[in-house]
Ligand binder design. Structure first.
Ligand code: DX5
Ligand code: ZN
Length: 225
């Protein structure tokens, strides 16, 4: 998937799905036409929560038609490159804050046939990525402290998107924003230069409506925006 025809991409976070209905949810989102599945992997150390172990990712990968984007909230991302490549993950997104060897890590991810992506915590400035941009396919800008769904969007993210957009001009790096975005916030992120905003608690998985209604409202807003 590259930044070309349809500029905006729909990327639901499966953390927000009813965990007992993952199979139906993945199939339905595929049918509706999502661009990729955002899967949050949490190790209980980098963030105070656990999510999506390898067996669960394997089961999702088996049925998912859209690419899988693994957002690795793990203290030791290097250790999981091979296992996640073996699972068939398409994008391996590590947190910049977890490694002092990001170039080596990107190389290992690519050597294992995945696309490398980097996530930045809300307090990490985008400038740290300057030299890394030629080696990555996507950046996830956290707009909440990672770990939980349903938190309030941090507005300084808009300025980070603008800066990163400038820094990535002329490259194929996709900019994803993750956390706390409802439809108006998502629209603003896109107008600042984001390519996608993770669809979570406030959009695709809004419990007041069905998945299909949420998806259509969200996709429609993105298209019109
Ligand atoms: C949190 C995760 C997010 C989360 C999105 O650490 O990375 O993907 O599900 O947050 P909400 O659901 O609030 O948009
Ligand atoms: Zn995430």
């Amino acid at each position: 998937m590259e930044r070309q025809n349809s500029r905006y991409h729909v990327t639901p976070s499966l953390l927000c799905a009813d965990q007992l209905e993952l199979k139906q949810t993945v199939s339905e989102l595929d049918r509706l036409g999502v661009d990729w599945f955002h899967i949050d992997v949490m190790d209980g150390s980098f963030v105070p929560n656990f999510a999506f172990g390898t067996d669960c990712v394997r089961a999702i990968r088996k049925i998912a038609k859209a690419p899988v984007y693994a957002h690795m909230m793990t203290v030791h991302p290097m250790e999981f490159v091979k296992p996640f490549a073996d699972l068939g993950v398409d994008y391996y997104c590590f947190h910049y804050e977890t490694t002092v060897n990001p170039f080596r890590l990107c190389q290992q991810i690519q050597d294992h046939g995945m696309k490398a992506a980097v996530a930045l915590n809300p307090s990490t400035p985008v400038e740290v990525l300057k030299e890394l941009i030629p080696y990555i396919s996507a950046v996830t800008l956290m707009s909440i402290e990672p770990g939980f769904s349903g938190q309030k969007f941090l507005p300084h993210t808009y300025e980070k998107i603008r800066k990163l957009k400038e820094m990535t001009e002329g490259s194929k790096v996709l900019i994803e924003v993750d956390g706390g975005a409802d439809i108006p916030i998502s629209m603003q992120c896109l107008s600042c230069g984001a390519d996608m905003v993770v669809g979570g608690y406030f959009t695709i998985f809004d419990s007041r409506k069905t998945l299909e209604e949420n998806y259509r409202d969200y996709a429609q807003a993105l298209k019109e925006g």
